[in-house]
Design a protein around this ligand. Structure first.
Ligand code: ZN
Ligand code: ZN
Ligand code: ZN
Length: 382
């Protein structure tokens, strides 16, 4: 994070603020209160540490936004350039008093509070504003955050390209697998994510052999053997132009020897399903329809019961955010939506596989995959 935000990044932030106010008006929200969680950095550039002291952006529908922030954290707040005021509080005051002062004129209004606010914050505010009505901040922010602006797409694209470079090293055998533990391979993937430009590693799942059948397997002491599938699902956060970071998330499955006919058959089904789902992700299609494309293809091959999760999740400042590609989500996709397409096939006790790309819906309404590295089942036999 830096105080020197590029003019484009500053403009993007102004535009987000304007869209938030418009949506507050639409949803009848008088005050938006942002505490911990991703809405705050998205809107202000400030990532609050998730500690006990109160941090709260008070954004009234009418009037200037004020960031109530612990005094010792105030130096970390990036230059707001007139976008919001900063109100630091010292340890001898009750910060809830400051918030209540800010909203004195609308204390019986409708308040939207961060989904990730601590219960201590929520309950203190509810006690002090007994006439207020409360809803989740995501009601206001989520639909806006889900549609990425140009600066956000650029950041996601840079993060995706960096993750692709790590996947190239994996597929070309640059990370030895045979005889090494999943944890050691995971550490290598994490180090490469940082070397390729990420500021943080968010996860590096490595599941080998029967562990590959557990989609969110925690890499451990298991030593990788010959002729096994190894699911590698990794991602981090990458910052562009001093803005807050955006996430990468990619899965490639490799195999440590010539794949058995069974593994080959499953992988062919998986790859075709993933590709069809990516191609189906056009503006106007519903999120559920894209999920169904992947699911129907795997189902038709007789493996439907082995695909045990939704097809994808939105991605941005957070690894998982709207829109979710899941049964029941009948919201249509629109240009700017960014999400994963990641079907998997998991045979308990035997093997597993997953294939994941991040896809953005382009301004032409077409799917624009941010990960383009080899989608095949690559053999890494050393
Ligand atoms: Zn996952
Ligand atoms: Zn993933
Ligand atoms: Zn994912």
């Amino acid at each position: 994070m830096s105080d020197e935000l590029s003019p484009q990044a500053l403009e993007a932030r102004r535009s987000r603020m304007a869209r938030v106010r418009a949506r507050m008006e639409e949803t009848g929200v008088d005050v938006l209160l942002l505490s911990h969680g991703a809405d705050l950095p998205w809107l202000t550039g400030y990532r609050a540490m998730p500690l006990e002291r109160l941090t709260l952006l008070v954004l009234p529908l009418v009037g200037d936004p004020v960031l109530v922030v612990p005094r010792l954290e105030a130096p970390r707040v990036p230059g707001a350039d007139g976008l919001f005021d900063v109100l630091p509080w010292a340890d001898d005051v009750d910060p809830v008093d400051l918030v209540v002062d800010q909203v004195a004129g609308v204390s019986s209004g409708r308040f939207a509070l961060s989904d990730r606010a601590w219960a201590t914050t929520t309950l203190a505010l509810q006690r002090r504003l007994p006439d207020a009505r409360w809803i989740e901040a995501s009601t206001v922010t989520s639909p806006i955050r889900a549609v990425k602006d140009a600066a956000e797409v650029a950041a996601l694209r840079a993060a995706g390209a960096a993750a692709d470079r790590v996947a190239v090293v994996l597929q070309s055998g640059g990370i030895p697998l045979l005889g090494r533990t999943e944890a050691a391979v995971s550490a290598d993937l994490g180090a490469l994510l940082v070397a390729e430009g990420h500021s943080a590693v968010n996860f590096a799942i490595v599941g080998s052999g029967p562990n590959a059948a557990s989609p969110h397997h925690e890499p451990g002491d298991r030593v990788i053997g010959p002729d096994e599938t190894v699911v590698c699902d990794f991602g981090g956060t990458l910052s562009l132009d001093g803005d807050v970071g955006y996430c990468s998330d990619i899965t490639r499955t490799v195999v440590t020897g010539e794949p058995s006919p069974e593994i080959r058959e499953c992988y062919d089904v998986l790859q075709a399903a993933q590709q069809s789902a990516v191609e189906a992700a056009v503006a106007g299609a519903t999120a559920a329809a894209v999920d169904a494309v992947a699911r129907d293809a795997i189902d038709a091959a007789g493996f439907g019961h082995l695909f045990v999760h939704r097809t994808g999740h939105g991605i941005g400042i957070e690894e998982h955010e709207d829109p979710y590609l899941v049964v029941g989500n009948d919201a249509p996709l629109v240009p700017g939506h960014a999400f994963s397409v990641e079907p998997g096939i998991y045979l308990e006790g035997c093997f597993g596989m997953r294939l994941e790309d991040i896809v953005v819906i382009g301004s032409d309404g077409r799917p624009d995959p941010l990960n383009t590295v080899d989608h095949g089942l690559v053999v890494v036999d050393h």
